[in-house]
Ligand binder design. Structure first.
Ligand code: PEP
Ligand code: MN
Length: 288
């Protein structure tokens, strides 16, 4: 039976290494369902989060949001505070970008998931977001994880490209231990020796996580492959591995995107992905 979780039980005192952790299935055998402004992640539903890598303009994010809604996506993504590999790349529009994302959300009714880079930004972001994303680069940022544990909005925690599954679980434990049990885990590809894709999708991790933890697990085939034409096959594979949902990047004109255009689906491509995953979602005994 699925349960809606929002807050963890009161904090436990110190634990030994043999203590069962809050993330473990041992004490909590049933799957948790995390609600993002009423949209469930986990349980029988297969949840699709989609939108641009970065919020660039109102037209760009509003057009994308409209397409995400039209083709059956459930939640809108979009980065306003962008963690970039280069200091010379577009760093995002910050709070102004978040306000544009909120407008697109209000117009479409799709709740938003957006990345927070540092704890100091949480208070200003709180009234505008439905769920916080912790990016791969910040997975082990203890102060940020602790701060997110002290507030009530759900957290989408992405795996660091060099982090083990155990380290991802321990990162989630920081948030749960602070009192916020609404955590969703995300496999987004890891660094390996293989250069044909941007990262290597570790779908083993999905199968392992589904055994070890009650938290919902989603997959990001956009960052995981770095190639839009590989998003559908890896999305299908993720469903087979037991994922509870997907997060994918969509842009009205990927060639003009200020970030991650190569891996972004067009609105029509997103529509084809939704049609293309439907039989796989059904075969997994879930509903879109
Ligand atoms: C993103 O979602 O746009 C992003 C920066 O992802 P990651 O943290 O997985 O690199
Ligand atoms: Mn991106």
């Amino acid at each position: 039976m699925a349960t809606i979780v929002k807050h963890a039980a009161p904090l436990r005192p110190s634990r030994s290494s043999t203590t069962v952790r809050r993330v473990d299935r041992t004490d909590h055998p049933e799957d948790s369902v995390v609600s993002i402004a009423g949209v469930p992640v986990g349980g029988r539903r297969f949840t699709v989060i989609a939108g641009p890598c970065a919020v660039e303009s109102l037209a760009q994010v509003a057009d994308t949001a409209e397409a995400v809604r039209r083709y059956g996506g459930h939640l809108l993504r979009g980065g306003a505070f962008k963690p970039r590999s280069s200091p010379y790349s577009f760093q995002g529009h910050g709070l102004d970008g978040l306000r544009l994302l909120r407008q697109a959300s209000d117009q479409t009714g799709l709740p938003i998931v957006t990345e927070v880079l540092e704890s100091a930004e949480i208070p200003a972001m709180l009234p505008l977001v439905d769920a916080f994303q912790v990016g791969a680069r910040n997975m082990q940022n203890g102060p940020l994880l602790r701060a997110l544990g002290r507030q009530e909005k759900p957290v989408l925690l992405k795996r660091g490209p060099s982090a083990t599954v155990e380290e991802l679980l321990l990162a989630a434990e920081f948030i749960l231990n602070g009192g916020n049990a609404a955590v969703i885990l995300c496999e987004r590809g890891i660094r390996t020796f293989e250069p044909s894709t941007r990262y290597t999708m570790d779908l083993n991790a999905v199968a392992v996580l589904k055994r070890e933890t009650h938290l919902p697990v989603i997959v990001d085939p956009s960052h995981g492959t770095g190639r839009s034409e590989l998003v559908l096959p890896l999305a299908r594979a993720a469903i087979g591995a037991g994922a509870d949902g997907l997060i994918v990047e969509v842009h009205p004109r990927p060639a003009e995107a200020l970030s991650d255009g190569r891996q972004s689906l067009t609105p029509e491509g997103f529509g084809r992905m939704m049609t293309g995953i439907a039989p796989f979602v059904a075969a997994a005994g879930r509903t879109l």
